[in-house]
Design a protein around this ligand. Structure first.
Ligand code: UFG
Length: 349
């Protein structure tokens, strides 16, 4: 059955990194998309890029999700079948400096959205959560039953609180809710027209690598080389952005197809490949993918970093019919292509 034919999906943060790639896939699947984005960590030109790579009905509102009045107007205007909620602040370090901004944006934004869903009887929502809710997990790979650990950052705490809110909301109202816990999203759209666009100095590994390879940064600093791992560097589960986007579409189709009684809200899915790579292995995969040599230096461990995190993704595979088969090398080659394309446009060549 084609669930997308006449369905309109509201995507908050739809001009951001994960949001924009997911919007492309939604449009390709025939959904109409309404984006709400305040451009706090995205660029207005991404709208045009989305239109370039995917056909379909797209409307963009530059608004803040914490502005409930503005949200209400959008809910009034569009017949929304489901919501994908990406809009949130996500920089771990910054969250320690600006806790109130993080609580306001990540928590108040969610509450405004849920209030609108309640008022306008929108039944389906997919929430962007993070593997950070698990902290330093006791067992690897990490499955969805692993308990929350004390969050190492305000950012992590906002994701935990948001999941508690969704749980309580699901108990009180008949809503179908999915929480997707992302591991480490990397890479770019194969066209190199969309990708990750960090403002300022990148916090995350892969944009730091591509910027170093492009000569924007002198060295990559590898945080910590005495972790108890095979080469002393920390292990993460790097998932290709298009595989991650695909999981959203599958989760949405499941939401739209199931009745309330067949649904135990909130449903939680880990989205990772199930395979962990050390930082040095990522560097070597990047060097292979790009044919460049990456200058790097070891630096002290970063506060709040865990030793290892990789997903048990069985549940997403079984229940969503999801595959996350793209190789790290391919994912990194798309990140590199994107970085190069972006730099050459910036320099006007
Ligand atoms: N790293 C470096 N050098 C860098 C950047 C990162 O060595 O310049 C290392 C980190 O120490 C870590 C690995 O590369 O071992 C990955 O780091 P990222 O910052 O790319 O990703 P994280 O695993 O820290 O981030 C993930 C999610 C975030 C979440 C965070 C919480 O991507 O959304 O976990 O810990 F907030």
């Amino acid at each position: 059955m084609n669930f997308s034919a006449t369905k309109t999906i509201l995507v908050t943060g739809g001009l951001g990194y994960i949001g924009s790639h997911t919007v492309v896939m939604l449009l390709e699947q025939g959904f109409s998309v309404v984006i709400v984005d305040n451009l706090s960590n995205s660029q207005a030109f991404i709208e045009e890029r989305i239109r370039e790579v995917a056909d379909g009905t797209l409307q963009v509102y530059i608004e803040d999700v914490t502005n409930e009045k503005a949200l209400e107007a959008i809910f009034q205007k569009h017949d929304i079948a489901g919501v994908l909620h990406f809009a949130a602040h996500k920089a771990v370090g910054e969250s320690m400096q600006k806790p109130l901004e993080y609580y306001h944006n990540n928590i108040s934004g969610l509450i405004s959205l849920l209030a609108c869903m309640k008022k306008y009887e929108v039944d389906n929502i997919i929430f962007s959560s993070s593997c950070t809710v698990y902290g330093e997990a006791e067992q690897l790979p990490i499955n969805e039953q692993a308990p929350f650990q004390e969050a190492a950052s305000v950012y992590g705490r906002t994701k935990q609180i948001a999941e508690h809110i969704l749980h309580d909301f699901a108990n009180a109202c008949s809503k179908k809710i999915v929480s997707l816990r992302y591991f480490n999203p990397v890479g770019a759209h194969p066209s190199a027209r969309l990708g990750e666009l960090p403002g300022g100095i990148p916090d995350n590994l892969v944009p730091y690598i591509t910027q170093t390879a492009a000569g924007v940064r002198e060295y990559l600093f590898v945080f910590g080389n005495d972790y108890p791992t095979r080469d002393g560097t920390a292990i993460r589960d790097y998932i290709y952005i298009m595989d991650l986007a695909d999981a959203h579409v599958l989760a949405l189709q499941r939401l739209l197809s199931l009745n309330f009684e067949d649904f135990q809200s909130p449903e939680i899915y880990n989205l990772g490949t199930g395979r962990g790579y050390t930082v040095l292995e990522v560097i070597s995969a990047f060097e292979k993918a790009s044919g460049t040599e990456l200058p790097y230096k070891f630096a002290p461990k970063r506060e709040g970093d865990v030793t290892a995190a990789y997903a048990d993704n069985k549940k997403a595979k079984e229940e969503l019919g999801w595959q996350a088969n793209t190789s790290l090398e391919y994912a990194l080659s798309t990140a590199w292509k994107w970085e190069q394309a972006y730099r050459s446009e910036q320099s006007g060549s």
